[in-house]
Design a protein around this ligand. Structure first.
Ligand SMILES: [Zn+2]
Length: 92
């Protein structure tokens, strides 16, 4: 999803309202509705990690996917999200 500035702000408040910060790890654990990691936002099904990345850091470039550096699937802390080259991952 290509979000404009207003949609990014909406996504940020959506994420912050539905997640619970864990002081020990710094993770923000998603507590809202999700279906296999996907959430409904502005009428579209979006991967939670992708939505969080795009809201705080900008669009995910083609060929890259969002990965959790903390290895917690439900984490939406943008600081813990990084980009992974899909072609490299598929070789493993
Ligand atoms: Zn995390």
């Amino acid at each position: 999803m290509n979000m404009n500035k207003k949609q990014c702000e909406l996504a940020k408040s959506f994420i912050e309202k539905n997640s619970l910060p864990v002081p020990e790890s710094g993770c923000w654990i998603w507590e809202g509705c999700e279906d296999h990691g996907k959430v409904r936002f502005l009428g579209e099904n979006e991967l939670l990690s992708t939505l969080a990345f795009e809201a705080y850091k900008g669009p995910v470039p083609n060929g890259l996917s969002v990965t959790h550096q903390c290895h917690i699937e439900g984490c939406v802390n943008p600081v813990h999200l990084g980009l992974l080259n899909i072609t490299i991952r598929n070789k493993n």
